[in-house]
Design a protein around this ligand. Sequence first.
Ligand code: ZN
Length: 345
Amino acid sequence: MFPTTIAGSLPKPSWLATPDTLWAPWKLEGEELAAAKLDATLLALKEQEDAGIDIVGDGEQSRQHFVHGFLELVSGIDFAHKVEMGIRNNRYKAMVPTVTGALALKGRVHAAEARHARAHTTRKLKFTLPGPMTIVDTIADAHYGDRVKLAFAFADLLNEEARALEADGVDVIQFDEPAFNVYMDDVKAWGIEALHRASASLSCTTAVHICYGYGIKANLDWKATLGSEWRQYEEIFPALAQSRIDQVSVECMNAKVPMSLLRLLDGKDVIVGAIDVASDTVETPEDVANIIAEATKYVAPEKIVAGTNCGMAPMRRDIAMAKLMALGKGAALARRWHMTQGTIA
Ligand code: ZN
């Protein structure tokens, strides 16, 4: 009941990359960097286990950014000539690489860290990949000439890597699609179909993470424009409930998302975001247990996984670790409430 997991990223140790930064530059290079990434992966696993996290991940210690960590191993992309592009419907401008030819994988993307993680934990292992729509929203295109064709081309590459990750022993593969909260019509038109291509033939658990972004200023400013109730999920949840994806990871803690919208995910496991990654205030176990209790009003308890709202990459490491502890203790508390009261409402 109420197993715990993380959305994906954790802060990196200061000997690996500059702390408290998104896109943090690496501090090492070559073989030293490759070895240090695996050392950091091992630390991230240990810290999650100690915090009582049940479905652990590599903390994305081997990638600089959740999208570009994948793109680095894709041919057909020109990284040398970056162009400025408005992303997430112009929420922010970023210098992005350009697709200039047919896309193909140069080789395995995440084999080293996935196998290292698998070798060092007996817990269920989750691995994250960027979703096709979010990739397409983070790269310029001078070859395919069509967002859907481009997304499907990326979906096929994601599927190649996802199947290999499953063979490496990964239990849950999660696609990160923050763009789903921005282009709701596209989600229904082709976004879910792209996810189905990305997850085709997988027999492990599949998940999609849909959040309102990291706790960076551009996202906080955007959230301030969304009004007193955030209803983006309302438009896409019914379509996701019909999809072949097993789990949906959503933002709940300190979000203005009406929790009753979770009803629309009927049949799916819901990874309830119980940790706010946009605030340095560490939740108490009671805060976490209360959000889980609220979710049980709309989702069957056995379908609830307790997670974080989003990745923690840009956070201070000590704060992120304290929040992980709160997540583990909060889920344990919610379990106790559930056992002793029969219902925790
Ligand atoms: Zn997120």
